[in-house]
Design a protein around this ligand. Structure first.
Ligand SMILES: [Zn+2]
Length: 322
């Protein structure tokens, strides 16, 4: 479960039971002064046990430990409320901290999903089953806000903060320019594709994400430490693959809209998803939820580009080619 990656830098694999992500990579930097834990896992039992036994094995005293959280999602932030002590500093970014403070906006999300054609009978079911909601950080947390270019120094590591919005509002990575390591959170993953979803009409996360990919492409990196699955080196190739993946989705949506005006739920049901179920109707609620959020992010991108238009029709948002 524990892997030493570089001197005093370890990876603890935190299980995420019954979730397609399988596990979260928590990175720990051991130091004679204060230690640093990067991302933590959900706020639930299995994650807590894995983290505690990992820290014990590494001889890490949580009373002398600070936290850096790459982004708002509960598999990264959730367990912090349990681990942090009175002396802990929790480093975070402003946009995600603002969302955290305003609470989980379920009512707005459900209203928005309904507008986008999500069937009424499945709307409430998702609320109960959503792991991001169930395993969120339960306490109000105080954050120390970092921004682009700030330095976070622990032992021999001098990390630069790199703002990489897209996967969330304020997603932040860490770059060590001497050791050329890049702590990627969910911005770059090698074995799976970071999800880009939209659940409101006030942003364009895919546009943000693609420009964050271009930004990181310009860095000199030897080793990427992602939030899930395997550590990797070929980041330029991977960035190109991720860009190609989104372009394919955009092309697919355009061909779906050639059949005529549709809402996001209808579009999502015809897109190709890398999922084992035989048909859209067999998708579990959580997977449909993921798919429609992805579809909306891509539709918004095309809309802002002027390729498609968005209209209101019988209390639904519908999209059509221009
Ligand atoms: Zn995430």
């Amino acid at each position: 479960m524990i892997e030493e990656i570089l001197a005093n830098l370890y990876k603890i694999e935190i299980p995420l039971p019954q979730n397609p992500l399988k596990s979260l990579n928590s990175y720990v930097i051991k130091n004679s002064g204060r230690n640093l834990i990067i991302d933590t896992g959900w706020n639930q039992e299995e994650c807590k046990n894995a983290m505690e036994s990992g820290l014990k094995e590494l001889g890490i005293n949580v009373n002398k430990t600070d936290f850096f959280i790459t982004h708002l999602h509960s598999d990264h932030l959730g367990l912090v409320s349990d681990l942090a002590t009175e002396t802990s500093t929790i480093y975070f970014n402003q946009p995600d901290a603002d969302r955290f403070k305003s609470g989980f906006p379920w009512d707005d999300i459900i209203k928005f999903a309904r507008l986008n054609g999500y069937p009424e009978n499945e709307l409430q079911a998702n609320r109960q089953s959503h792991p991001g909601f169930k395993f969120r950080s339960k306490e109000n947390l105080d954050f120390y806000i970092l921004k682009e270019g700030d330095t976070l120094s622990i032992g021999d590591y001098d990390f630069k903060c790199v703002e990489t919005p897209g996967h969330t509002w304020g997603h932040m990575c860490l770059y060590e320019p001497i050791k050329k390591i890049f702590v990627a959170g969910d911005h770059l993953l090698n074995d799976i594709t970071p999800t880009i979803q939209l659940w409101s009409d006030d942003r364009n996360p895919l546009k943000e994400y693609l420009s964050s990919l271009d930004k990181v492409h310009g860095y000199d990196i030897e080793l990427v430490l992602p939030g899930h699955r395997s550590i990797f080196r070929n980041y330029k190739e991977r960035i190109q693959e991720l860009k190609d993946h989104h372009q394919k989705r955009l092309d697919e949506i355009i061909s779906i809209l050639r059949k005529g005006r549709q809402n996001a739920f209808q579009v999502a049901s015809q897109m190709s998803w890398d999922i084992i179920y035989d048909s859209w109707d067999l998708f579990p609620v959580s997977q449909k939820w993921f798919a429609i959020g992805e579809a909306i992010a891509h539709l918004e991108y095309l809309q802002e580009k002027g390729v498609i238009q968005r209209e209101s029709q019988e209390q639904r948002i519908v999209f059509s080619l221009k």
